[in-house]
Design a protein around this ligand. Structure first.
Ligand code: PMP
Length: 419
């Protein structure tokens, strides 16, 4: 049952009086908040188990057939037969893991294959694979911008971007989310000769809104800054070659570094940076999150390489993804839900709710009707909002999208979110 699932996975109620010196005591408010939510009788939204996964869009959760609308499997590559075959072959021929850093014994044939597939996909001279997208941001930002340099970033940046700034000891300058004017103003106040890295994201994953990259990149260049764009949520379906928002907006020549992940459209795990900078390879010699960790297993990089090569020519999939996104965005809006973006700008549709109670009630009603979406709450979300985030897959069928809309309508009415 739902309750059984929760009690197994949740911490016990906090001790009444924390022992002095117990470094775990600081988590008491968090534990208490979680317990209060559970005591109210709802399913814990952060303890879901996929008991079976049948396809990119279907799983079994708590014994129930469920449509998946809360994964980042945008291009539905996780069950692609060529991708699975590549992974299986690598697993059989190269074993289950590399047992070491890329710098030492951890570079196998398929790490090179994945980097070659990335260079081909992005049309760049350089590509470096990291163990996750988180580590790609951590590594690139901390290695590029050190003590005395400035990282200028959007206030709504992903945690990995903030953590990269901290790891490099650079000065952090934040500008208002997606504000070209604020970016310009803040860059204008910095010392002319200082090293500056402007970090942007093509799509912001909480609300699914898109950055005005073209304008922002122009402003960054005017002030002599280098630009890194995280295209995690756009790879595969923006721009003529699916490279991302920066390609769609026509600023390919001006972005110095593109960071991405294998955990979304590519359908496996891993991260990367691509660049045309002539000295890009030097990153491998200096970047701690590249050097001091084990490389990805051969099966993972083999699936990534196979997937990226297919994504390059996945024009029909791209078109289906956008059809699905438009249908879902339009359908939810017509039902009266408050959506994160006025128009359908990305493959993320965020439904904004009043508070945690309403968000969890709605989320649970959807789950019990066989539909999984993501709950997002502060501090991950902007402006203290509570969101139900839907991410669309190219492999959702029109019948599934219709079922999704029916379930949203029923759950929305049952919980009083819509009239
Ligand atoms: N950047 C952004 C914008 C992301 O949303 C994420 C993950 N959600 C990452 C980086 C990290 O990617 P990974 O899952 O590969 O660590």
């Amino acid at each position: 049952t739902e309750t059984g699932l929760q009690t197994e996975t949740l911490p016990a109620a906090p001790a009444a009086a924390p022992t002095a010196g117990d470094l775990m005591a600081k988590f008491d408010p968090l534990i208490a908040e979680r317990q209060k939510l559970i005591d109210s009788g709802v399913i814990d939204p952060f303890a879901i188990v996929m008991e079976e996964v049948r396809s990119p869009t279907e799983a079994v959760i708590d014994g129930r057939e469920t449509i998946l609308l809360g994964t980042y499997n945008y291009m539905g590559m996780t069950f692609d037969p060529d991708v699975i075959a590549a992974g299986r072959t690598a697993l059989e021929n190269f074993g289950s893991g590399t047992n070491g850093s890329r710098m030492l014994n951890g570079t196998f044939r398929d790490h090179i294959e994945a980097e070659e597939a990335l260079r081909d996909f992005y049309g760049t001279t350089g590509a470096i694979v990291f163990s996750t997208g988180y580590m790609a941001n951590l590594g690139m930002i901390s290695t590029l911008a050190g003590k005395g340099d400035y990282v200028i970033l959007d206030a709504d940046s992903h945690a990995s971007i903030y953590d990269g700034c901290k790891q490099g000891y650079a000065e952090i300058v934040r500008f208002r989310h997606n504000s070209v004017e604020d970016l310009d103003r803040r860059l204008g106040r910095l010392p002319k000769d200082a090293g500056k890295l402007v970090v942007l994201e093509g799509v912001y994953s909480m609300l699914g809104d898109v950055a005005p990259l073209k304008e922002m990149v122009a402003v960054a260049k005017k002030h002599g800054a280098m630009v890194l764009s995280d295209e995690a949520h756009s790879m595969g379906f923006y721009g003529p070659n699916g490279r991302g928002v920066y390609e769609a907006q026509g600023c390919e020549g001006e972005v110095d570094f593109i960071v991405g992940t294998f955990s979304k459209s590519v359908g496996t795990v891993g991260g990367f940076c691509v660049s045309n900078h002539p000295k890009f390879e030097a990153i491998r010699l200096a970047c701690r999150p590249y050097i001091f960790t084990a490389s990805l297993p051969p099966s993972v990089v083999a699936t990534a390489a196979a997937s990226i090569r297919k994504l390059k020519v996945a024009h029909e999939k791209r078109a289906r993804l956008w059809d699905n996104a438009r249908n879902l965005h339009g359908g939810l809006k017509a039902l009266g839900f408050n959506i994160g973006t006025e128009t359908c700008d990305s493959a993320i549709v965020a439904v904004i709710l009043e508070d945690q109670t309403q968000a969890v009630a709605m989320w649970q009603a959807l789950l019990l009707s066989g539909l999984y979406v993501n709950v997002a709450r502060p501090p991950a979300t902007p402006a203290g909002t509570f969101l139900l985030r839907c991410s669309i897959c190219a492999e959702h069928t029109p019948a599934q999208i219709a079922a999704v809309l029916e379930r949203f309508a029923a759950a929305g009415r049952a919980t009083g979110v819509i009239a």
